[in-house]
Design a protein around this ligand. Structure first.
Ligand SMILES: *Cc1c(COP(=O)(O)O)cnc(C)c1O
Length: 357
């Protein structure tokens, strides 16, 4: 039972202004060959890697709202943080530059990635973003507590340079810093609406949406959209870094913030936040043979490249869940391609090692 209609949800999202930065709607395509090869449910792909901003990805949907917020707050610099090869930081830098905002990035080296100009770090360099690199503990993902001190010092310095900075939370997800509303999650409620409109045009009923989940904005938005519009679609988040207990709590909080921001009356329960944490492997950004093979399979069968840190892990999870009989043969699954392909390049050696015959 749908609690709200599409126009009602659109109207509420419309209360949050945004800058037009990307190409929407992103394509929804059927993966005929892959579905056939895996012999299970019908798999569709939502091409959020084709948003068109700086190699595409889910962060650019979020940034349409966040850049507007930066401009509304009369900020002229944006400070944010994430891992060394962060898609979020690249997309933020590109969006910021387009609007004359100075990008300042705090990047954490989370594991054995070389600090060379490759992948997103190269693109950050081309964009002439201010980059500060810090070494994080091995195997740990970046959390706000690790960076609060550094962030404060950076903010102070940027103000001394004469800028008025906007502090954007990692991934554009959790409410915090200068972002008072869950703008990232709201952009993914919008993505869910978009998906429903496309599915309506193609006249099919979706059973599952599956995606890589990292800082929670994507999952929270999709969960709220599903709950508001189509109570029977299950959203499956494949965690790329955190265990499902602690991460599930964060996502649920963000879901509640999003429900509140959109003034919805919805009871979203713990059971609506479905997270798998068994596909993380050895940690955030560390790839393995399953991920490498999932990437190769999709490239060979569909001519589509996934990324090694997020969508490759999510695809490895989808393949495994199909093998384990998690889905019914007649189920229809939408896999969100959330972008991230520049990270293929700094991972070249690992990929080649896993894929060589
Ligand atoms: C950030 C990111 C995700 C995860 O999205 P969150 O909203 O942070 O959970 C998934 N895929 C890619 C490619 C990303 O860059």
């Amino acid at each position: 039972m749908a609690a709200y209609s599409i126009p009602e949800i659109k109207k509420r999202i419309g209360d949050f202004p945004r800058k037009n930065l990307i190409h929407l709607p992103t394509p929804l395509q059927k993966l005929e060959n892959l579905s056939q090869e895996l012999g299970g449910p019908e798999i569709y792909i939502k091409r959020d890697d084709m948003t068109g901003l700086a190699f595409g990805g889910n962060k650019s949907r979020k940034l349409e709202f966040i850049i507007q917020d930066v401009l509304d707050k009369k900020a002229d610099a944006i400070i944010t943080w994430a891992s060394l090869q962060s898609n979020w930081c690249l997309q933020t830098s590109a969006a910021a530059r387009k609007f004359g905002i100075k990008p300042i990035l705090l990047l954490f080296k989370t594991y054995d990635l070389p600090e060379e100009y490759d992948g997103n770090l190269l693109l950050d360099y081309i964009l002439d973003a201010d980059v500060i690199i810090k070494e994080a503990k091995k195997g740990k993902s970046v959390r706000i507590n690790d960076i609060l001190d550094i962030l404060e010092a950076v903010e102070k310095e940027v103000k001394e340079w004469g800028y008025s900075p906007y502090v954007a939370p990692i991934g554009g997800s959790m409410v915090g810093g200068s972002m008072e509303k869950p703008l990232g999650a709201i952009s993914y409620v919008n993505a869910f609406v978009e998906l429903m409109e496309q599915a309506g045009e193609l006249d099919f009923e979706i059973n599952y949406v599956l995606h890589a989940s990292g800082s929670g904005g994507t999952q929270s938005g999709l969960v709220v959209g599903a709950k508001a519009l189509k109570g029977d679609i299950k959203v499956l988040g494949i965690s790329v870094s955190d265990d499902k207990e602690s991460y599930g709590k964060e996502v649920l909080t963000l879901v509640q913030d999003t429900v509140e921001a959109l003034k919805l009356e919805l009871a979203v329960e713990e059971e609506n936040v479905i997270i798998f944490d068994e596909y993380i492997g050895q940690g955030y950004g560390i790839i393995n043979k399953d991920v490498s093979e999932a990437l190769r399979l999709v490239s060979i069968r569909e001519g589509i490249f996934l990324d090694p840190v997020y969508t490759g892990k999510a695809m490895a999870a989808l393949i495994d869940l199909i093998k384990k009989g998690y889905f019914k043969k007649e189920d229809k699954i939408v896999f969100f391609h959330t972008g991230g392909t520049p990270a293929l390049f700094p991972n070249k050696q690992h990929l080649v090692n896993f894929l060589k015959k």
